[in-house]
Ligand binder design. Structure first.
Ligand SMILES: Cc1cc2nc3c(=O)[nH]c(=O)nc-3n(C[C@H](O)[C@H](O)[C@H](O)COP(=O)(O)O)c2cc1C
Length: 323
């Protein structure tokens, strides 16, 4: 057992970790902080409603209802506009700014954002420095990176740039841009990058289970982590990791409560958040992701995947749980 429990972030995932999932996972517990999907920054200041769309939590003090702080993530390549957008988000109540230097999407990279910036670590330094100046100590400025773009040769320079610019936290997704999401995640590089840093460093990538977490800690030496797909596929993973750290064993969340409480709530909240199509798509997406760990969710996904009406889907998710 360690003195302080690990700090666990719900990793940002565009099109997946939306305000509905953040509220739900905040109620499920185990996550110390969450991050919005990225807000794109070009050369203009985004209007307030854009920040509030990505982070409705801004209207509630920058936290979920259960009190989990939600950092606002920005993605862009120009220091000044990023600084101005960060300032606006902070004024609106963002409790932290997170800068995305990991997005592999071609359109994003073509527009000088995300992982393409990893090719020149000095650009990370300039961006973080400018955003820090704008934040002026009001809130932490954090960064999320990969190991590099084409290859890993700059991994230490990337870590140093983030550290030296004074970021409050470095989250490392342990792959290059070119590696995309292909396993394995190269956790050993996180250890080498952390050696370059005096700021808190968080591990990320392919932590699907408590066993993966243990291996990741062994290899990287990092206890603090960000969980993305693993969190979506195993909703009580953060709680299980915290239990493990406290010397306890927390079983997997059973399908019955998952289905009867959380999936039903998720579908209804998604409907209220953005309407029928959204609720259908999101519920199909989550039940598919849960299928990695729950056979019953594979069956559930199969039975709802062709539905075009929320009413039809709702009828199925209000029956008994599939076996
Ligand atoms: C569908 C999807 C969307 C993502 N969107 C974002 C994003 O908006 N911002 C970001 O920094 N990372 C994003 N990521 C990367 C994740 O935060 C995380 O680094 C990656 O999935 C590896 O962690 P995992 O294996 O725990 O999922 C995304 C990943 C996925 C799969």
């Amino acid at each position: 057992m360690s003195a302080k429990p690990p700090h666990i972030l719900l990793a940002p995932m565009e099109g997946v970790v939306d305000p509905v999932i953040r509220e739900l996972y905040s109620d499920l517990g185990g996550y110390d902080e969450m991050v919005t999907e990225f807000v794109r920054v070009t050369d203009k200041l985004n209007p307030d409603h854009i920040f509030q769309k990505y982070s409705p939590e801004l209207l509630k003090g920058g936290k979920t209802k259960a009190g989990t702080p939600v950092a606002l993530q920005l993605l862009g390549g120009q220091p000044q506009p990023l600084a101005e957008n960060a300032d606006a988000a902070i004024r609106l109540g963002a409790p932290a700014i997170d800068l995305n230097f990991g997005c592999p999407a071609k359109t994003v990279n073509r527009h000088d954002g995300g992982a393409t910036l990893l090719k020149k670590p000095e650009r990370l330094f300039d961006i973080i420095s400018a955003v820090k100046r704008a934040a002026d100590g009001r809130v932490p400025v954090c960064a999320k990176v990969r190991l590099g773009f084409e290859d890993k040769s700059l991994h230490k320079d990337i870590a140093r740039a983030v550290n030296d610019a004074g970021a409050a936290r470095l989250v490392i997704h342990a792959r290059t841009k070119v590696e995309g999401y292909k396993p394995p995640a190269h956790w050993e590089y996180m250890a080498w990058m952390a050696e370059e840093c005096s700021i808190p460093v968080y591990g990320n990538g392919d932590i699907w289970s408590v066993e993966d977490y243990q291996k990741c800690v062994e290899v990287s030496g990092l206890r603090n982590v960000a969980l993305g797909r693993g969190a979506m596929a195993r909703p009580n993973l953060a709680l299980q990791i915290k239990a493990l750290d406290a010397g306890k064993d927390l079983p997997h969340l059973g399908f019955e409560p998952l289905f009867k409480i959380w999936i039903r709530r998720f579908a209804a909240d998604s409907f209220n958040h953005a309407g029928e199509k959204y609720a259908l798509n999101r519920t199909k997406q989550w039940t598919k992701l849960l299928g990695r760990n729950y056979d019953q969710s594979v069956a559930l996904f199969e039975s709802i995947k062709r539905f075009r009406s929320y009413q039809d889907m709702s009828a199925v998710i209000h029956q008994d749980a599939p076996n």
